[in-house]
Design a protein around this ligand. Sequence first.
Ligand code: AMP
Length: 486
Amino acid sequence: MGSEDVRRHGRKLVSRRLPVAEKSLREECGVFAVSGDEAAAELAFLGLYALQHRGQESAGIVSVDNGGNARIHKGMGLVAEAIQAEHIAGLPGHVAIGHARYSTAGESELANAQPALVRYRDGTLALAHNGNLTNAVELRNRLVAEGAIFQSTMDSEVIVHLIARSQLSEPDEQVSEALNQVEGAFSLAILLNDTIYAARDPRGFRPLVLGRRDSAIFVASETCALDLIEAEYIRDIEPGEVLKIKDGKIESLPRLTPTVPAACVFELIYFARPDSNIWGCSVDAARRAFGRQLAREHPADADAVFSVPDSSNSAALGYAEASGLPLELALIRNHYIGRTFIQPLQTDRDFKVRVKYNPVREIIDGKRLVMVDDSLVRGTTSRGLVSMIREAGAKEIHFRISSPPIRFPCFYGIDMPTKEELLASERSVEEIRDYLGVDSIGYLSMEGLIDSVKEYGPFCDACFTGNYPAPLTDLERGHVLSSSCC
Ligand code: AMP
């Protein structure tokens, strides 16, 4: 199938509502790797710390020492909860890979934490994966029929088995052969003894960058992780590229089968950190451009603009700049809500929103306000915020969203609910305005979004358009997809 056919086919599949959970797979993650520094585990910890926004469920590090001994530590929770000083001290070595995994619900357990680590005939094999594979169940069923025993429900584990069961003798070939069999989204750090393989799927859905500090080489999901350890950004790992990193040297292996790139535009809208640079694009600059364009497309007669912090701060700045309206800090966010969140005694619908945000009444009272958010998913946060802002005395609320309506689930690694749960999947913009209780609503147009960042594309926009660039093999074959796949 050509790439256009694949896109159309995917859209039809989701619209036909096959008898499977049309659920996105919760595999938002951060990946970090270090080669050639005696403090590899400590650096991996810091890298993961900077990538915390990409995964808050669990974190782990595998290190390899000069004698070739691999050690692992994994834990549940935020990076600093999961990995502590004594754990780092127990991870000696000059090579390490690390992973921070995200999950809001479902199969949240240590067995699904990464990196995955196994010993196979050629030594130690570990893997850290960001993204979701779309043929993992298909491959897993085949591997199980052949006798493979899986230890987790992670889609990523199929890659470990494909490498370990390869009939090829050279590790480079084993890795290439495995990666040529998996479909979907993968930004990977694979450790084979003391060699790191870093790879991105041929569409390059998720970011992955290369860095250097002295003679050490680093691989990271985002540049903000390089900044923290004062490593210099070398370049992005390109779609379909497979790199072999050892002893300060970077070698290119044959590319995976090329296709049209499809970087996830939602990384720029919401997921990546604004101080990162992905695909050559400053995330902050992209968000400001979305905000400016939003102001041009949907102006509002108002007194001030405010953001829903923190993810829409840059977009709100852009809106304020283009509209000439002052930017106010009308909402304050509590940053300290960890996983060990108090079970609320209060069960009312808006409690979760009140725990996270509080209004600054003096700014809001009696004002006509533009509220800027980066995206509208289920609408529960926004609905709670709107009632909070009204109670704080707002005269008018004009809601502006710096992305188009999200109508389709993501199968490539962004946590999104089922099609039915997506606010915009079956509702008109006017119905959404009514549901949220705002005076006016305006979404950034598809053209406005893509035009703002066109030099960094082409992009995957499946959550807005239903045009899925990579085949959805598991969905098509009716395999039941769980929250962490397989
Ligand atoms: P909702 O109440 O579901 O409409 O939530 C929308 C808010 O969630 C927006 O403010 C976004 O910043 C944020 N958001 C968007 N996508 C995600 C995601 N995949 N995971 C967590 N939060 C998200």
